[in-house]
Design a protein around this ligand. Structure first.
Ligand SMILES: C[S@@+](CC[C@H](N)C(=O)[O-])C[C@H]1O[C@@H](n2cnc3c(N)ncnc32)[C@H](O)[C@@H]1O
Length: 190
């Protein structure tokens, strides 16, 4: 049987809040990164976003930064379970610097992400994208302001609302319970 990413993700350990596949897929859809993309992701958390990106960019590489040792260990074990070979985990605070350059995509899902925005611009290829995930709208405002200061183009922000519907006993309507909010995704292009 062929391997299915959603089934693999369902079996992995989750530590902090993860980026859901709906939001992760929007990053691919809005940036159109090539399948050999060179990507930096921070913070790794449980590694879900890194694994998602590495799965859909099989000829590329994802380097993921996690400042907490115990989370970096969970991420390494999660990656082992996927069998993916194109992810490197760094137990490093990304505020101390991004080692990689000529990047096609940088993804940030962490507190203080606005402090990385100007360096992210330097480390991207021309035409490369920065994607920032923010659970709070106050963070979005700061991220957009800092992307403008750092000369990013095509800055846009999306809320990904997906509502499951139910159809039973002859009546069809949206389900009354479910995940009501994840976060906003803000994009900027170099
Ligand atoms: C919400 S989680 C990320 C979840 C991840 N995107 C996923 O899908 O599994 C945020 C992570 O960022 C890490 N973090 C926060 N600040 C960081 C920094 N400056 N450098 C590296 N990691 C950081 C935290 O320790 C935490 O594990």
């Amino acid at each position: 049987m062929k391997r299915n990413l959603n089934e693999i993700l369902d079996r992995l350990k989750r530590v902090p809040q993860i980026i859901m596949p709906e939001d992760a897929s929007m990053i691919l859809a809005k940036t159109g990164v090539p399948t050999d993309a060179k990507i930096v992701d921070a913070g790794s958390g449980s590694g879900f976003l890194s694994i998602f990106l590495a799965w859909y960019c099989p000829n590329g590489k994802v380097v993921t930064y996690e400042k907490r040792m115990e989370f970096a260990e969970v991420v390494k074990k999660n990656i082992e379970k996927t069998g993916l070979k194109n992810i490197e985990v760094k137990n490093k605070n990304i505020l101390d610097g991004i080692d990689e350059d000529k990047l096609d995509l940088i993804t940030l899902d962490m507190k203080d992400c606005e402090k990385v925005i100007s360096e992210a611009y330097e480390k991207l290829n021309q035409g490369g994208w920065l994607a920032v995930y923010s659970p709070y709208v106050e963070q979005v405002e700061k991220v957009i302001e800092d992307m403008r200061k750092s000369n990013f183009n095509e800055i846009k922000c999306f809320e990904n609302i997906s509502r499951e519907w139910q159809s039973e006993y002859g009546f069809t309507r949206p389900k009354s319970q479910g995940l009501m909010h994840t976060g906003w995704l803000t994009f900027g292009k170099k």
